[in-house]
Design a protein around this ligand. Structure first.
Ligand code: SAM
Ligand code: DTB
Ligand code: SF4
Length: 326
């Protein structure tokens, strides 16, 4: 498994690390389903308790009106999705949500903002949120878009544990999905977050009409980071009415499970999160995703602007499967 992608900035990749090629991951994808899932489960058991599932709660602290044109997103000001634009939440609203998430069993609280990136005065308010949520004893994560020089250091100093910034797809397909910023800009932000000493939460969206090769390319890009992202959210596209991807044909659910398995095998020590789209999945499909190596979920009745699998249903599913929320 030789070489790294030329698009990967040096700071995120060590030349000594073993590298995954897109072809390596395509080979995994092509395995018989049983062989692939078995292999993923074996890898999972080398590094994790196979019955523990990490739970992260999400809160949109600034919703809608985004300048960017990401085709999947309800929050872009350029799409027709029916969404009320909201100003930034107050600190006490955020704290109330974080306390409720903690009481419900979440161990990480992730705050999202619909920005291309934070302005410095917005960042100050987010820093207050991070400090206060951290003081509750929760792990903290934010997803604020592209960072400018110095912003990652401020977030790290406020006690931020994870910066979420998804690559979302392979570089070759990125231009089909987003035109207002580039893949290279996203990589540069990841480098800033890593350089400031934070853990990285970075994954993508599956089911946007991409080919299997593109899915493999995304996973290779993630797996070649050194270290790999500690947290890898695998989102299933939620086809939101009014967005340009509203009519994308549905993906074969087994292809989604295969993607999870390939993520697990190529990033053995990372938490692989079964993320957006879980509400639309049957219990049986979710169980297959856990078997294929997913060991984290978004927990709570809402994602950012859309619904999530309800907490009561998750508790019942965990009980039926003997899973333990951690
Ligand atoms: N504005 C910031 C950014 O783009 O990085 C942070 C918020 S953005 C909504 C966070 C992530 O949510 C996206 O990178 C994408 O992976 C995911 N997401 C947004 N809309 C989605 C959808 N309809 N289906 C699946 N995932 C989605
Ligand atoms: C991630 O990878 N998925 C989350 C979180 N990181 C920020 C967001 C999912 C959003 C789903 C669509 C919505 O609710 O608007
Ligand atoms: Fe804005 Fe993020 Fe949505 Fe893109 S994904 S439109 S940057 S909120």
């Amino acid at each position: 498994m030789p070489h790294a992608s030329a698009a990967t900035p040096a700071g995120l990749v060590s030349s000594a690390a073993p590298k995954w090629t897109t072809e390596d991951i395509e080979t995994l994808f092509a395995l018989p389903f049983n062989d692939l899932v078995y292999r993923a489960q074996q890898v999972q058991r080398q590094h994790f308790n196979a019955n523990d599932i990490q739970r992260s709660a999400l809160l949109s602290v600034k919703t809608g009106g985004c300048s960017e044109d990401c085709k999947y997103c309800s929050q872009s000001a350029r799409h027709e999705a029916k969404l009320e634009r909201e100003s930034m939440l107050e600190l006490d609203q955020v704290l109330a949500a974080a306390k409720a998430a903690k009481a419900g069993g979440a161990t990480r609280f992730c705050m999202g903002a619909a920005w291309r990136g934070p302005k410095d005065r917005d960042l100050e308010r987010v820093l207050d949120m991070v400090r206060s949520v951290k003081a509750l004893g929760l792990e903290t994560c934010v997803t604020l878009g592209l960072l400018r020089d110095g912003q990652a250091e401020k977030l790290a100093a406020a006690g931020l544990d994870f910066y979420n910034h998804n690559l979302d797809t392979a570089e070759e397909f990125y231009g089909e999905i987003v035109s207002t910023h580039t893949y290279a800009e996203r990589m540069a932000t990841l480098e800033k977050a890593r350089g400031a000493g934070m853990k990285i939460c970075c994954g993508g969206i599956i089911g946007m009409g991409e080919s299997r090769r593109i899915r493999a390319g995304l996973l290779a890009q993630l797996a070649n980071m050194d270290p790999a992202p500690e947290s890898v959210p695998i989102n299933h596209l939620i086809a939101i009415p009014g967005t340009p991807l509203e009519d994308v044909p549905p993906l074969d659910p087994f292809e989604f499970v295969r993607t999870i398995a390939c993520a697990r095998i190529s990033m053995p020590k990372s938490y692989v999160r079964l993320s957006a789209g879980r509400q639309g999945m049957s219990d049986e499909l979710q169980a297959l995703c856990f078997l294929a190596g997913a060991n984290s979920i978004f927990y709570g009745d809402k994602l950012l602007t859309t619904g999530n699998a309800e907490t009561g249903k998750d508790e019942a599913l965990f009980a039926r499967l003997g899973l333990r929320g951690v």
